[in-house]
Design a binder for this molecule. Sequence first.
Ligand code: AMP
Length: 614
Amino acid sequence: MSSPDFESLGIASPVLKAVQQLGYEQPSPIQAQSIPILLEGENLLGVAQTGTGKTAAFALPLLSRIDSTQKKPQILVLTPTRELAIQVAEAFQTYARNMKGFHVLPIYGGTDMRGQLRGLERGAQVIVGTPGRILDHIRRRSLKLNELNALVLDEADEMLRMGFIADVETILAETPDTCQRALFSATMPPTIRRVVKKYLGDAKEVSITAKTKTVERITQRYLMVKGHQKMDALTRILEVEEFDGMLIFVRTKSATAEVAEKLAARGFSAAALNGDLSQTLRERTVNRLKKGQVDIVVATDVAARGLDVERISHVVNYDIPYDNEAYVHRIGRTGRAGREGQAILFVAPKEHRLLRSIEQSTRQKLTIMQLPTGEQVSGQRVQQFQDRILQDIETGKLDQFRPLLEKFAEENDISMTDIAAAMTWQLQLERPLFPKIVPLDTSNQGRSEHRDRSDRNRSDRQDRPDRKNRPDRKDRPERNERSDRPRQERSRKEHPRDDDIEMVTYRMEVGKDHGVMPKDIVGAIANEAGIESQHIGRIRLENDYSTVDLPDGMPKDIFNHLKNKVRVCQQPMRLSLPSSSLQKNHPASDKPKDKKSEGAPKSPRKDTAKKEPE
Ligand code: AMP
């Protein structure tokens, strides 16, 4: 995990200053490797996915070599989608905030050409765009590449998959031979290798090595959550998850303070730990955590290096780590001294590849986590409220108040329940017992690449020159607008809810005695059987078994997988179909009757534990 610091990498001082202002503590592994190569002017092949810090890996060194007095395009970055083009352009703008006269121009399809033409006329040193529209401008001669110093192909495998590789090659052929070239790709299919060989020659290759590491005693879960929803998601988790000490990892020094402050404002005992704090202050914070004077520490990787505090029961990766090694190191801060540990990873939709890579290198599948629902948060608060009342009764300090209330009730002819209800209402005003919780869209996007891809495809391909004369293009909402529609609303339309689907009751050999909760069952089934959580019906927990309603017609291989391979709460699930549910053509209907399952209820719909809505 030892890494050089930004100062020693040799990036230009205005760029270095921006990095410091942003609170970046140290270069990510891909940055530490790529920056010196690109500063040397060499070609680079970077095998890295989103979330590894790859944008800064090329933006910082290339910006360091730019001449801001010249307004001609010096750097061109090609991206597969316009979302990424905008994101990369914004990153350049941020890293160049201290460079006078700097301009970056995003160029992508689906928007009016005129604005882009004006931008190009005004002049920009960095152009970031999608291949179709960039090629359009080259053909119109509104974009000239003859003075280009560097070309970056970002997410090259995505460009290939979306059918842009021919356009990319045409653009590559237009760039001067002297132009420095860098290609970043999460995977290396043969076509990309061929492009690298043809246009990047003997480029230096950097990649994040995926060493296999096993992590024992740590239960690992992940939650798909968009950046702006993280704080909300975290707060809900903190409300319902039983934890002792918690370590939350973020990427920047500024984020440690920000998250810790927000948590403190929400009533949690939290402190920040980062490399800007003096050694004494850092030690003091760690000691406070050890002694239980603070329960949550929000830290960067650097600050939490080697941290060994037994009471850390949970590690939350609020920002995904750059690579697998960092992940293993982070979660290793829990499960100390032979204890059990819990690791929760927040994954933004675009980071699903990093999740997969973590799973591969740890050879462990992370269980998808359902965000605690309003009901659960409410349940927890009610429980705490009741505990407090019971404690207060036990103190024996209420003698004075009983006659007061009795008199009050009699005089006003009101019941004690009404009085208690009114007082409860007052007590909970600041922290409502029934909070209105807006549902967050944390659908399982990481696993359903399919939808992701086709969306992306639509968004960029529609803008290619050969498709220009499609009729109602203007009338179609932009991709962002479309995807901003709550996913729940979409999925409900696309997938009828359980009520419309024939459901069958299954039994599993895990119950309350094993500490199972409905969310564990939903997580295991959603993750292992690929059944979307809204199709998982009623769950009923018994002492040593549970039942769950699932859509009829489960494929045999999935059934066998759940029956033989899947564990919930460290317990084999051993899914079976109780005799009462056996149906024709069902995968299990040819199996001999499972003795144990005979006791399973016929109708689980009555008196059931409700599954969490997604
Ligand atoms: P990327 O992989 O380029 O999409 O970057 C992912 C995120 O990491 C972005 O939000 C960056 O701002 C952030 N980031 C990149 N490099 C660093 C760094 N060295 N320290 C902290 N955050 C970083």
